[in-house]
Ligand binder design. Structure first.
Ligand code: 1GP
Length: 255
């Protein structure tokens, strides 16, 4: 079976191309609001839509994903908080192992429940080492996962965790401060991980400006993920600023 999304992420890393994904929380985004967002995402060259949440209070995800797919060729990647968030019409699913935690359900239990459902779909399943990092306040994902995030100032723990994920056969590492994190993951930690592992590195949580995005890209993130900041201010110029910062950085790095 082909792995186009994994290949896209691998080539982002290989070419030092940098990218950004837009995280949509199906509880907060209505299908009727999608059109301007999709237009802006296409204009700004967003690489992916990530869809999901650690706690969903309705089943809007089942409408949101097909609606997105009907509007755009930007790949839609499930970022699931639970087995209920498997939507076959998406392009891929991050098969998240919460390797910073010690909750067996999030290391293997939910995966066993999801496996027979995934088998019936064409979704590209991407084994992802998911690492939560303390980023200033308790986030929903910390509470719902009942796990302890890695302390913000302990890059060595993140490095060893990511490396273990690579040795276990993960295809991606996703370092997350959690949605609405008070501060982003530190560039020191991102740099330590990016220098140790060969896998594409996704970084998210609390990114609110083009400067923060640039700092994380420079530290070694291949793809950054932004949810809250785009959600809170859909008419702002942030997405445009992020796209320009990315273009500037890629130009500087190639000179
Ligand atoms: C959360 O990484 C994502 O899982 C994005 O976080 O909503 O804070 O941008 P924000």
């Amino acid at each position: 079976m082909p792995h186009p999304i994994t290949e896209q992420l691998t080539s982002l890393k290989a070419q030092n191309a940098k990218g950004f994904a837009i995280l949509l929380d199906p509880d907060k985004v209505e299908v009727s609001q999608l059109e301007p967002l999709v237009t802006q995402a296409v204009h700004c060259g967003a690489h992916f839509f990530f869809v999901g949440g650690s706690l969903l209070t309705n089943d809007h995800i089942n409408e949101l994903v097909p609606a997105l797919k009907a509007m755009t060729d930007i790949p839609v990647v499930l970022f699931p908080g639970s087995v209920q968030q498997i939507v076959p019409s998406a392009d891929a699913i991050l098969f998240l192992s919460l390797i910073s935690g010690r909750n067996p359900d999030l290391l293997i239990g939910n995966h066993v429940l999801a496996a027979p459902l995934l088998r019936k779909t064409q979704l590209e399943v991407i084994p992802t080492g998911y690492i939560l990092v303390d980023s200033g306040k308790a986030t929903t994902v910390n509470y719902i996962s009942q796990t302890l995030p890695i302390p913000h100032d302990k890059p060595d723990i993140a490095l060893c965790t990511a490396l273990a994920g690579e040795y276990l056969g993960m295809r991606l590492i996703y370092m997350d401060g959690g949605s609405g994190a008070a501060k982003t993951i530190s560039p020191e930690m991102v740099e330590a991980v990016s220098q140790a592992v060969k896998l594409p590195l996704i970084v998210g949580g609390g990114i609110r400006s083009a400067n923060e995005a640039t700092t994380l890209w420079e530290a070694g993130a291949d793809l950054i993920v932004i949810g809250n900041a785009f959600e809170k201010d859909p008419d702002s110029t942030l997405m445009e600023e992020i796209a320009m910062a990315k273009a500037r950085l890629v130009r500087e790095m190639s000179e």
